[in-house]
Design a binder for this molecule. Structure first.
Ligand code: DLL
Length: 446
């Protein structure tokens, strides 16, 4: 497969490190000179910009957090005059205020470049028809993929989310080769093809670029099977630039190649902030090396991963990040036990009777947390149970046995008992726009 920017993406590591060091010095000087917040932070840490001579000095710099971004809402961390900001995006954040980010013309060029690399990593190339069903608007998904596809010289179909029947129709009619959307929406599109009696394997569709939310390898296998394409994981966050910070290569699908000539990654202990060695899992932190409007100094993403340094089969020299297990703040604490929703997904999707649609509901019974896992069964399983009304009889022996089996597996994987509720196919609401909501936590409102 073609490497989009061969000179940079295969740069020997010592030369890449030298480039990063040089860019880091300029990036710190820029943030310090232009953003009062960073000036104050560095002063409080007793660091002058000139003290940062290279990557080895990075650990002396203070972290930046999402709370810092919110405290400077909306434009307080911009490093250029507002009139030089040609684009605004924002992430919706779960609590209150949006996190607002800005881009200069130069930043948009960098973004287009890294997303073009991502699409090439995923198998796409110039001339391809790219169906882009990420949301357009303040969310970075739609416009980010758009920019990269244009930089690559592909033909973009700017669909945004929603109206799934029309999405399926246009993927077929226009002959899309690449599909971009969240993994949960990819499944909804697959269901729609099935409903319309279309086999996507008969279409030119070959590659999927899925991300913006956690998804397991089991879900990947399911999407690849049902859509007849090769699916890779794309990662990014608006604070750092948007999608395109990292993407898996189709050759290895073994970690996501980070565009580390622009975004320098570290992994730190989420509790203490201490840097962790390669291979250890912890919180991902980024320092921007080239951003103009919205520089980041050691920005704590909240995402949990590990950095992979071994050479990759595809020939690129960048470090890779393992697929995310979830966010630090996604981790649920149920009766004192730490539970990642991705662990629940792994149990469910390994079972052939279960469709990849589920929800985790947390509630409280007196002082005790309760964990309920609701999962849809497949059409085949429902048909085999032969309930009169097309639903699912919870007392049917097969349903009971499956419920018990899932309960046992959850207990052994999570170390925690859960109530399992099996649902008929198509019971849970399908999200057509935005990110999947897998967890409903009713504990604070009970
Ligand atoms: O989700 C950017 C994006 C758009 C990425 C399209 C990929 C594709 P935000 O809305 O700012 O930006 O949310 C960023 O989403 O910190 C992760 O917690 C999560 N996330 C993003 N990509 C992945 C992924 C976009 N591949 C937050 N796997 C991040 C798991 C992801 N989680």
């Amino acid at each position: 497969m073609a490497i989009w920017n061969r000179a940079i993406e295969t740069l020997p590591r010592d030369r890449l490190r030298a480039l990063q060091g040089e860019r880091l010095r300029a990036a710190i000087a820029h943030a310090h000179e232009r953003v009062p917040f960073y000036r104050r932070r560095l002063a409080a840490a007793g660091v002058a910009p000139g003290d940062i001579r290279g990557l080895d000095d990075l650990g002396r710099l203070p972290f930046t957090t999402k709370a810092d971004l919110r405290d400077h809402y909306p434009f307080g961390l911009f490093a250029v005059p507002r009139a030089e900001v040609v684009r605004i995006h924002a992430s919706s954040g779960t609590r209150g205020k949006l996190t607002v980010v800005g881009y200069t013309t130069g930043d948009l060029a960098v973004w287009g470049e890294v997303v073009a690399r991502a699409i090439s990593l995923a198998g796409g190339g110039p001339g391809d028809i790219i169906h882009n069903a990420y949301g357009y608007g303040l969310f970075t998904g739609g416009l980010g993929l758009q920019l990269g596809a244009e930089a690559l010289g592909a033909t973009v179909v700017p669909m945004s989310g929603g109206n799934t029947p029309r999405q399926a129709m246009l993927i077929r009619d226009f002959g899309a080769r690449v599909l971009c959307c969240t993994p949960s929406y990819a499944l909804t599109i697959a269901e729609e093809f099935e409903r319309q009696g279309i086999d996507p394997r008969d279409l030119p569709l070959a590659y999927g670029i899925f991300g913006a939310e956690p998804w397991s390898d089991a879900l990947r296998a399911e999407i690849e099977r049902r859509l007849g394409l090769v699916a890779t994981d794309i990662y990014g966050l608006s604070e750092v630039i948007g999608p395109g910070v990292a993407n898996e290569c189709i050759e290895a699908k073994d970690g996501l190649h980070i565009a580390e000539d622009h975004f320098y990654p570290e992994v730190v202990d989420p509790d203490t902030g201490a840097p962790l060695p390669p291979g250890a899992w912890g919180e991902l932190v980024f320092t921007s090396l080239t951003k103009e409007a919205f520089p980041n100094i050691r920005y704590r993403t909240g995402d949990i991963t590990t950095l992979l340094e071994e050479p990759c089969a595809c020939g690129r020299t960048s470090r890779r990040m393992a697929r995310l297990r979830g966010r630090h703040d996604d981790m649920l604490i149920v009766r004192g036990v730490n539970v990642y929703p991705s662990e629940v997904e792994a149990v469910l999707l390994a079972l052939e009777e279960i469709a990849p649609f589920y929800q985790i509901v947390l509630a409280r019974d007196g002082a005790l947390d309760t964990l309920e896992v609701q999962a849809e069964v497949t059409e085949e399983f429902r048909a085999a149970c032969r309930a009169a009304d097309g639903g699912l009889d919870p007392d049917e022996p097969r349903v009971r046995a499956l419920r018990a089996r899932i309960g046992d597996q959850l207990r052994s994987r999570l170390g925690l008992g859960a109530t399992v509720t099996l649902l008929a196919p198509n019971t849970l609401t399908r999200i057509e726009v935005g990110k999947a909501v897998r967890v409903v936590d009713k504990r604070s409102s009970v």
